[in-house]
Design a protein around this ligand. Sequence first.
Ligand code: GDP
Ligand code: MG
Length: 719
Amino acid sequence: MTMKDTAQDGLLASPALLAKIDKLRERNIGSHIPLPQLVVVGDQSSGKSSLLESLTGIPFPRNVELCTRYATQITQRRDNITQVNITIIAGPRSTDEHKNFVAAYHGSATSGDDLRAKFPAILQEVNARMGIRTDPSVKGGTVFSEDVLKIEICGPTADYLTVIDVPGIFRNPTEGVTTKEDMAMVRNMVTGYIQNSRTIILAVLPCNIDIANQEILTLAEEYDKKGERTLGILTKPDLVLETSAKETICSIVENKRKRLALGYYVVRSRGADQDDSGYESREHMFNQDPWRRLDKGRVGVRALKSRLGELLGDMARREFPKLRKDVTDMLRVAEKERDDLGPARQDESEQRSFLSTMAGKFQELVTAGIEARYSKYAAFDDSVHLRLITQVVFLADRFSQEFKSKAARRSFDSDADACEDFGVDDDDQGAAEARETLEFAVEDLSLEDFPELDGIITDDDDFGYPEDGIMDWITNLHLQSRGMELGTFSDAVWTSAWREQSSKWSAMSRAFASRVIMVVQRFITQAMNIVCVDKEVRETLWACLQEEVLWRYKKTTDFLEYLISVERDLNPYTLNQNFSKARQEAHANRVAAHILSKLNSVERQESDLATVNIATIRTSTRDKSNIKDVAEQLHDDLSSYYAIARERFVDNVFAHVVGSHLLLGPDTPLKVFTHEWVIGLKAEQLGAIAGETTSVKEQRANLNRKIKDLRTAKKILQF
Ligand code: GDP
Ligand code: MG
């Protein structure tokens, strides 16, 4: 590319390193991580654009009216094809509409001359896209924009040099043109660039103005405390006419005045009304006094450019390891963020596989929870509520004990062992602690925490002990409903005695089933939380599963009602041979008790060996009234039957209600969320549950782009 008025002939050091940095910039890494760059700052009209033109060959507009209204990034890149690309990068606070509008712009030129010819038109279009007000008499538009104009120059001899031109700082708003807000915005834009530790600040200072007044040096000092990245560039030396003033400039360049660690350069650019002459003819003046005494390395655009290449190379070398680390760290964070979003769910099959994986994990937790294989998943260590079968077995044990001691309406005469309390006192400490944890876990259950189960379960839990006086009650019952039976009781008495005696069964077994249901429901909720991290998805998913799960609980309680009804509403009957055995035993015990009562106290002490008169045995039944006899018979039958029915009922409740309906059967609430369920979902249902919201989609797309950029960056930085 031949561009007039430039010093482009491959002067830069470390081209390989700079090429890498530029590759990063090209891949848009600069928007994630600050990259080494040169930024030209200075007051309005200090000669920034003119300097850039000298450095890059881009013919910037140089009149005051058209002073820079936005940042311009000029990137040069070595490439076989000569080409200039012009694009606009939207500012960080732009609306989507504006982003799209400016992104749609793409200007290009095939050569320097071509660009020169097109440039005014290009700028006009760019101004229009950014919404810059160029004519002060026209209302609307902005004066400055945070958008960035990007000019990329490719060519076989281009240097890897990226320079950013920012609007000049100004101290006073101009009536009708610029406002205080504009001033602040420009200042922010400038400081935004120079505060970056990887920015080399090119502070442009016109020679014809007292440099002590140059705010830009103070500003640069503020952000570059050690002065390691600030370079002073003196412009417009040709406008200095007095010898004493020239002397002052020379002493500044010699770094004898306001010292800068990186020193000063002096360059001469083209003046407003000067012709197109090249830099060589312009810089001829440096061969004259007093300029010619200056170090040649500090004078002219070629020297400056070569120094900039060095500085950028040094910066790149110094920052390289840190850059690599930044990229790696940022990549890790971005990947984690993306993983947290879960896999992409754009189409039906992705959504199905997303839910299916989730259902699979859920079923794994269910199996582990039922089989007590808790060591398989860490989650089981964190929450005792997930230890499903352990809680259920604990509840079942307690139920069985409590049922034995409390479920009868009145205690039978022979109930010596029925009232023992549940509780094991001789646990060692570890076992006691484990029991306590479990007790706490199940005691904690409250219907309040499961509003969805309202109407399905109950939360009664206070069942008193059986009352006394069963014989009186039975006698009464018999007397009140006696028919013409001789020496026996009627079916009706038998049935109503049984119903009365088992009247607490229903409430107690319902309470037990309710507790198990709460344990199962709590397990499901927690397992869902584990397998589905995304709250929004989880809530929609649960809304779809809930009805079926609740229906299965309902079926469970219905079945329990059926079991209760079988026991209580049908004629009490059993095939169990233990029934007649128990009755006979009760009868024999009664005879024995009667006989014992006839013995004297010495004989009673050795009752097993006492000699009993047959007559005594005969009178043991003969003395009894018919009423008492029948009542005793009824009591003994009832007691024998009760023990058998109770065991049968408790077993049935556990096997059918808990085992089959809640935990292990094919249709338990735990088996609602399965692969099969997911497969059966229609496309709309899938989309509603697992489809991503626009914001998540956007977030994922951004993260994916960032990850891709950063991975590329990592690769570029590796070799
Ligand atoms: P900016 O506002 O900082 O970008 O300044 P410009 O580059 O637009 O320059 C402002 C004016 O100063 C323009 O008319 C330039 O032609 C002129 N100018 C810049 N550098 C020099 C120089 O070295 N010598 C002379 N005579 N004029 C210059
Ligand atoms: Mg300018």
